[in-house]
Write a protein that binds this ligand. Structure first.
Ligand code: CA
Length: 220
């Protein structure tokens, strides 16, 4: 059974996550601060950790993640409330596998966890995908064309990541919305087209992103 430790001091958020994860059949353990979280992770060796950054007590989420990384490659998804925290997640290279900004939909979290677990979960090797001059480093959320790093907006990255994870399969606009925006997101499926255009513009002709008329998109 998939085992998850959620380190989150806001009880309503933690309970909501536990509810959705329980529906997936996952065993969930909740911890309210970093110390309790580390103890739970050591005791349970979970398959996945969801880690809030703003925690009460001695340690914030960054410090907890650094402690985890001394002894474990368990995938970590950060919960963040602020843009400057995202910069730190991306800048510090402290071994987060993904992050989600508050407010988030619990379904989105579940989808992200499934995506990471599908990719193999273990961080022993960086997940690297190459198309011609394009290099996609999934765990670093980084894309290069040639030697240059391409700046992607968060939703552009989420869309690209969803396509990479499902490489070779046709995905409908609705499936891409569910994967990249979260199933609770309400809006026009044409949003996907707008972001696809941006990806094509930024990554150029080596991106094998095919439009399947009447269906959606396929990468590779
Ligand atoms: Ca918090």
């Amino acid at each position: 059974m998939t085992s998850i430790v959620v380190v989150e001091d806001e009880a309503d958020i933690a309970q909501l996550l536990a509810l959705y994860m329980g529906n997936e059949g996952w065993a969930v353990h909740l911890a309210e601060d970093g110390e309790a979280g580390l103890a739970a992770i050591r005791a349970r060796s979970p398959d996945f950790v969801v880690l809030d950054i703003g925690l009460p007590g001695e340690m914030d989420g960054f410090q907890v993640c650094q402690e985890i990384r001394r002894s474990s490659d368990v995938p970590v998804l950060f919960l963040t409330a602020r843009d400057d925290e995202i910069d730190r997640i991306l800048g510090l290279e402290i071994g987060a596998d993904d992050y989600v900004t508050k407010p988030f939909s619990p379904r989105e979290i579940v989808a992200r966890i499934k995506a990471v677990l599908r990719r193999g979960g273990q961080r022993s090797e960086p997940d690297r995908t190459v198309f011609g001059a394009i290099e996609i480093l999934s765990e670093r959320h980084e894309v290069k064309v040639g030697d240059g790093v391409v700046e992607l907006a968060a939703q552009e990255w989420a869309l690209l990541d969803s396509l990479v994870v499902n490489q070779g399969s046709v995905l409908t606009r609705q499936q891409l919305l569910d994967l990249a925006w979260g199933a609770d997101w309400i809006g026009d499926p044409r949003t996907v087209d707008v972001h696809v255009r941006q990806l094509r513009r930024k990554l150029g002709d080596d991106l094998p992103l095919v439009t399947i008329r009447g269906s959606g998109y396929r990468l590779g």
